[in-house]
Design a protein around this ligand. Structure first.
Ligand SMILES: Nc1ncnc2c1ncn2[C@@H]1O[C@H](COP(=O)(O)OP(=O)(O)OP(=O)(O)O)[C@@H](O)[C@H]1O
Ligand SMILES: [Mg+2]
Length: 146
């Protein structure tokens, strides 16, 4: 049987590159009759897991996740043309590459689609650090979209 990805995950951070990646994921799913899960991982603000003070309250964590949903997922969903394709969304809290890899291990997908670069401002690398870690460690095929 030929490879026909049905469960496609697209990792999005709200950047134009990640919107482009999500669009490619949806376009491929339209061809295969598959479905797409858009995932964004909210990084806890620096210091939250640090030595000082108490761990963040559940309310603060919930607010951070809700902000990720609004600022990233809602925007990406609005920006892509998903006509005829089932798209669902997931938001997570933690280390982006680590959480995405864990998700793909818990609930295997046929393909993971990521942008080559993301919302990071530092131009030092050809490949962003999240994309790099996913390319090296994801348990599934990875499509890197320039
Ligand atoms: N927090 C995140 N949640 C989900 N996907 C992400 C997240 N961050 C990055 N990605 C995915 O990885 C791709 C590449 O982004 P990455 O963060 O690796 O590059 P960058 O932001 O340019 O550089 P860096 O973050 O290393 O400074 C994005 O287009 C997106 O597909
Ligand atoms: Mg980044």
């Amino acid at each position: 049987m030929s490879w026909k990805p049905q469960k496609i995950m697209a990792a999005v951070d709200g950047s134009p590159q990640s919107i482009h990646a999500a669009q490619r994921a949806v376009d491929l799913a339209r061809l295969t009759g598959g479905k797409v899960t858009l995932v964004t991982v909210v990084r806890p603000p620096e210091g939250w897991w640090g030595l000082e003070g108490a761990p963040p309250s559940p309310e603060a964590l919930a607010a951070a996740v809700a902000a990720g949903r609004r600022e990233v997922l809602d925007r990406v969903v609005a920006a892509i043309d998903a006509e005829g394709v089932e798209v669902d969304t997931v938001e997570e809290l933690g280390d982006p590459a680590g959480r995405i890899i864990a998700l793909c291990e818990e609930n295997p997908v046929d393909l993971l689609v990521v942008g080559r670069r993301g919302a990071g401002l530092v131009e030092r690398m050809m490949l962003g650090s999240v994309a790099d870690r996913l390319a090296h460690h994801a348990p599934c095929p990875v499509l890197i979209v320039p």
